[in-house]
Design a protein around this ligand. Structure first.
Ligand code: AMP
Ligand code: GLY
Length: 424
């Protein structure tokens, strides 16, 4: 197949590596891509991934069989709608359905209609509404911007003044959500949905805070691991957990969205908290998660291209359920100095060959560019070191041995990714 992947992060690199790894001879294209992606796909210079007309023209002229939309911005810009109008299979929801991620208020409404368990939330447009909601729910306080904020529009804090200050930052541009704090382990579970049929992938856990021990500010994600062996203690098996979330969350949401005329075609990302009162949704995303994709796809044994095309074409029902290897996968994100507040970019990265020569390790590039003979960091999250092994202890050892071989002045990474499962 000729496949175009839109986006430029480690998630898109992971998707391309999985497609390439099928060994089916796909012709892979990426826009805008990055320096690492350029080694695995043809980067299409000058194609604006957020321009529905430009993407559609390119896909049409180049006889692209499938367009996979990685990030949320092209979804919200209507790229999937434009492609589907021209009969080009697109993996990703249309603009209206993508609001499931882009508008937290929209997501709450769909969840209510679908009877999906979630925490209480108040949409506030004034400071006094925010204050009243903070007092109603009590500490810890959760305040979110109601829009795209790349995972950074949320604060969770015991400090009422900090919660208010966060609300003040976003109130001038739109409403904020004040939520009840949900306590428990977090799980990211991905579903393929062709608008009707829903198929789960294997669960993963993401580390959202910048620093070890879940300290520091929220980030786009500093690492991840998959599978989650501890789910079996609570649910009997991973399958039982996945079945429950499919039945109580994904299937009802997809049904409601279809009934409302905004069918969800693409990747439904359920961000879950396993509270003492049961599984609750904290957020939906309308795309693959980053960095979870980097640990889920290396374990996928079914051909990814078939699953994505079937999702885009409405034939998921005819496909066998996605299958996963029993390997353990860990990814650690290498971040630039100052990330997430003010990342320093433009610095030279070294040691990549030494890092990827560690057994069971590969690199997914997030924000890299070639500058002459050098590779430089162009953003906050720069690289993902991904390691697979038979045990989490071995996968962690590999990942950390590899990341220690990479040089980038001032860079930082968490040292406790998957530490809690190191005995599994
Ligand atoms: P979100 O952007 O909604 O995914 O939130 C980012 C992170 O903030 C989540 O992964 C959680 O760690 C945390 N968070 C968000 N909402 C809540 C909540 N209601 N209760 C507890 N933690 C939350
Ligand atoms: N890992 C969180 C996200 O992709 O939103």
């Amino acid at each position: 197949m000729r496949i175009l992947v839109l986006g430029s992060g480690a998630r898109e690199h992971a998707i391309l590596l999985a497609l390439k790894g099928e060994g089916a001879g796909h012709e892979l294209f990426a826009a805008p891509g990055n320096a690492g992606i350029a080694a695995d796909a043809t980067v299409v210079d000058g194609l604006d991934a957020n321009d529905p007309g430009a993407v559609t023209t390119f896909a049409n002229e180049e006889h692209i069989d499938l367009v996979v939309i990685g990030p949320e911005a092209p979804l919200v810009a209507g790229v999937a709608d434009a492609l589907r109008e021209r009969g080009i299979p697109a993996f990703g929801p249309g603009r209206a359905a993508a609001q499931l991620e882009g508008s937290k208020a929209f997501a709450k409404r769909i969840m209510d209609a679908a009877g999906v368990p979630t925490g209480r939330a108040t949409r506030a447009t004034t400071r006094s509404e925010v204050e009243a909601a903070l007092d109603r729910y009590g500490a810890p306080h959760v305040v979110k911007a109601d829009g795209l904020a790349a995972g950074k529009g949320v604060v969770v804090t015991d400090d009422r003044a900090a919660a208010l200050a966060h609300a003040d930052e976003y109130l001038p541009t739109g409403p904020v959500l004040v939520e009840e704090f949900l306590s428990g382990p977090e799980v990211s579970l991905f579903f393929l949905s062709d608008g009707d049929t829903v198929r789960a992938l294997s669960p993963a856990q993401d580390f959202k805070r910048a620093l070890d021990g879940d300290a520091g500010p929220n980030t786009g994600g500093m690492g991840a691991y998959s599978p989650l062996p501890w789910l079996s203690d609570r649910f009997g098996s991973e399958e039982a957990f996945v079945d429950e979330v499919t039945r109580t969350v994904a299937a009802p949401v997809v049904r409601v969205m279809d009934a409302e005329g905004t069918p969800f075609i693409g990747l439904l990302y359920a961000g879950l908290i396993l509270t003492d009162d049961g599984i609750k949704v904290i957020e939906f995303n309308a795309r693959f998660g980053d960095p979870e994709t980097q640990v889920v796809l290396p374990r996928l044994t079914s051909p990814l291209s078939r699953l994505l095309l079937a999702t885009a074409s409405g034939t998921l029902e005819d496909e066998p359920a996605p299958a996963f290897a029993d390997t353990r996968a860990v990814t650690v994100v290498l971040a630039s100095e100052g990330y997430p507040q003010a990342p320093v970019t433009g610095r030279v990265i070294g040691g990549l060959d030494a890092a990827s020569s560690v057994d069971g390790v590969h690199l997914a590039h997030a924000a890299t560019a070639a500058r002459g003979d050098d590779l430089v960091a162009t953003g906050g999250r720069v690289l993902n070191v991904v390691a697979t092994a038979d045990s989490f202890a071995a996968a962690r050892e590999r990942a950390y041995r590899a990341i220690d071989r990479i040089s980038l002045d001032g860079s930082h990474h968490r040292t406790d990714i998957a530490a809690r499962v190191a005995t599994d």
